[in-house]
Design a protein around this ligand. Structure first.
Ligand code: MCA
Ligand code: AMP
Length: 496
């Protein structure tokens, strides 16, 4: 039996989930996911790693479907609930999803794909029939469990395949390192098509018999209101969220500020990750909450790899030390770096590391060294035993609001616009978002309406990937070989 399911048998009557003003126990989660298994199996004994894409809002239903897919022997493919149709189509087609499930609120957007009938389609409301005596398949931990999409240096996102064993390693290392227990109570405000929300928040909590409280999306006001109920003691977020919480708190009256600060001081743990935590944000949060944020480093392909300590010193500007069970090394052109203070690429090995990119054997091969280390593309240095990220080896990877974004993917879409001759997308530093996606464009028609251009691109790709600023230029800066020089493009945006 999958470990997370087995663990939940120890906490049957405990609250697993709070969502939409309702309380759900572990027992209800087991019952509901078993009901989902029965419908999904539809008389078969095992889904045998069929890909099941599901578009379900964060909350009890989301987890019940994720567990149901796993328990039926399927591979869970969570669809981002804010994606426009082309992005949904890409994931469903790329995974060759055989089953697609959607909440009633997403039926409209999926309609064109449902009509094409390349998969069996269910609404979440089709799973209401209660079924007893279901025989569950035995799931070998080496089998595929999940596919999440991540942007990289290729222009289209790649599906990262993790096995049950990978997921169990990713979860258990965090449970151990951050001392999760059944008395914890956390809040989920992160999207559930990425590792941060799925593994670090929801799965770690449920593995441990803790409680997860879901909010309908993020707003600083709702987060603080929920905190003030006095139950939440563990909080995980991306730096942009801490930035937004600080900005909101700064504008409150003195009494409200004090009430919130007193409440935050009682938390057990507060973590930041997915992007570099600015030292200024860390210090300000410390003033407000009394907590030194625990910064950690992860990646869709590895879960979490490096973390500041739970008990020891948490250093501002550093990502910490390798987590239990994770091997980390730095490499430069001369080979493995043995000494401190010499920068190199972070490479990772361990049961936490993903199996493959879905349907892309060449990309998979290229991302591992011959001796099996995963090449992260992040450059770091070790100082006094602590890793510090220096940057990435590709200028085309942007991190904005914690999301990894490929400049090449956006350029590919922009080039399809009939009024554009050329474009270059870059990320420029931004205190709130980490980096801001911006585009230098060479236009055919000087009267091109930039607002309309932006609306056009928003129908083609997720809002978080779309440029926040455009700059019309006569031509793009290039080197002697004719290649666009992205650092020069970044310079163009310095004064606007
Ligand atoms: C939205 N806006 C932006 C951006 N996104 N502006 C600049 N840059 C952006 N990237 C604008 C919108 O256009 C809108 O403006 C306004 O901000 C609010 O948009 P909305 O989407 O509602 O934003 P939000 O709900 O406030 O979202 C901010 C957020 C979200 C909560 C920080 O971006 C988020 O959930 N990020 C987390 C992503 C994540 O989980 N990453 C982990 C990946 P207007 O109103 O003017 O239109 S996993 C990973 O990285 C690894 C494994 C790891 O280490 O964790
Ligand atoms: P993703 O593909 O969305 O999983 O993003 C993974 C990337 O996020 C890593 O390769 C890093 O570049 C970045 N990242 C994650 N955590 C941190 C951190 N604490 N500091 C700096 N960068 C980070």
């Amino acid at each position: 039996m999958l470990q997370i399911i087995q663990n939940s048998n120890n906490h049957l009557d405990k609250t697993a989930i709070l969502s939409k003003n309702r309380i759900y126990t572990y027992n209800q989660l087991l019952q509901q996911s078993a009901q989902i298994v029965a419908k999904l199996l539809n008389g078969e004994s095992d889904l045998n790693q069929k890909r099941v894409a599901f578009m379900v809002s964060p909350g009890f239903e989301y987890v019940a479907f994720q567990w149901g897919i796993w328990r039926a022997g399927g591979v869970a493919v969570p669809l981002c609930i804010t994606y426009p149709l082309p992005s949904l189509k890409y994931v469903i087609e790329d995974t060759s999803a055989e089953i697609v499930i959607a909440g009633p609120e997403y039926l409209e957007i999926l309609k064109p794909l449902v009509h094409a009938k390349t998969f069996t389609f269910y609404s979440t409301t089709d799973f209401s029939e209660s079924i007893t005596n279901i025989v569950l398949p035995e799931i070998n931990p080496e089998r595929n469990a999940m596919i999440l999409y991540t942007s990289g240096t290729t222009n289209l996102p790649k599906g990262v395949v993790t096995t049950h064993k990978n997921l169990e390693a990713q979860i258990s290392t965090l449970v151990e390192a951050w001392k999760w227990s059944s008395s914890d109570h956390t809040i989920c405000i992160l999207p559930l098509h990425h590792v941060h929300g799925i593994i670090n928040v929801v799965s770690c909590a449920l593995w441990s018999g803790a409680t997860v409280e879901f909010l309908d999306g993020f707003s600083p006001e709702k987060v603080f209101q929920t905190f003030l109920k006095g139950e939440i003691n563990v909080f995980m977020a991306v730096p942009t969220i801490y930035f937004k919480l600080i900005a909101y708190w700064d504008n409150l009256g003195e009494t409200e500020k004090t009430t919130i600060s007193e409440n935050l001081k009682k938390f057990r743990l507060m973590v930041s990750g997915s992007a570099a935590l600015p030292v200024s944000v860390m210090h300000k949060w410390q003033e407000i909450s009394g907590h030194t944020l625990l910064e950690r480093y992860g990646m869709t392909e590895i879960g979490m790899g490096i973390s500041n300590p739970y008990d020891g010193e948490r250093k501002a500007g550093y990502i910490g030390k390798p987590l239990p069970g994770v091997s980390v090394r730095l490499i430069d052109e001369n080979g493995v770096i043995e000494k401190e203070e010499i920068p190199g690429e972070i490479q990772i090995k361990g049961a936490n590391v993903f199996k493959e990119y879905w349907g892309k054997p060449e990309a998979t091969q290229n991302t591992f060294t011959v001796d099996g280390w995963f090449k992260t593309g992040d450059v770091a240095v070790v100082e006094n035993g602590y890793y510090r990220i220096l940057g990435r080896d590709s200028v085309d990877i942007i991190k904005s609001g914690g999301y990894k974004i490929s400049a090449l993917e956006i350029e590919e879409v922009l080039r399809k616009h009939p009024q554009l001759n050329d474009c270059a997308v870059v990320g420029v530093p931004d205190e709130e978002w980490g980096e801001l996606v911006v585009a230098a464009i060479v236009v055919r028609n000087k009267n091109l309406d930039l607002k309309q251009l932006n609306e056009w691109i928003r129908d083609m790709m997720p809002a978080y990937k779309t440029p926040r600023k455009y700059l019309v230029v006569e031509e793009l800066p290039r080197n002697a070989m004719g290649k666009v020089t992205k650092n020069d493009v970044k310079e163009l945006f310095k004064n606007i």
